[in-house]
Design a protein around this ligand. Structure first.
Ligand SMILES: [Zn+2]
Length: 125
């Protein structure tokens, strides 16, 4: 990722190297992931996580490892000239199923974060 981010508070341009993403506990079991603008020091919240979000993220990590494993396996078979058409199809189906699980969890994590962020902001007022 080489994206330059623009701070919506000061319009300053922030290069990836300058952006330090940090986590802090805002309530027992709840963490906020954020970065501070190096120009104006504004705190930008990326997301809020709780126990459930962290569990979902952990499951996604494992599923991503499974996908890499399938890629590795298919590469090895291809090198050994043993990657058949049906084997390829079976790998693709497996990856597709896993990817769908990952996408669903990502959505859940995102919705959860929005809800937690809303609660956090309400509590601040
Ligand atoms: Zn700024």
């Amino acid at each position: 990722m080489f994206n330059i981010t623009q701070c919506d508070e000061c319009n300053g341009l922030i290069f990836p190297k300058q952006m330090q993403v940090q986590d802090k506990e805002i309530k027992p079991g709840k963490q906020m992931r954020y970065w501070n603008c190096p120009v104006c020091n504004h705190q930008h919240v990326i997301m809020i996580m709780d126990k459930t979000s962290r569990r979902l993220m952990q499951q996604n990590k494992k599923d991503n490892e499974k996908i890499s494993g399938i890629h590795k396996q298919s590469t090895q078979l291809r090198k050994a000239n043993q990657l058949t058409e049906s084997k390829t199809q079976s790998f693709l189906n497996q990856i597709d199923t896993i990817q769908q699980r990952i996408d669903k969890r990502k959505k859940d994590i995102d919705q959860r974060s929005k809800k937690l962020l809303h609660e956090y902001q309400e509590a601040l007022q």
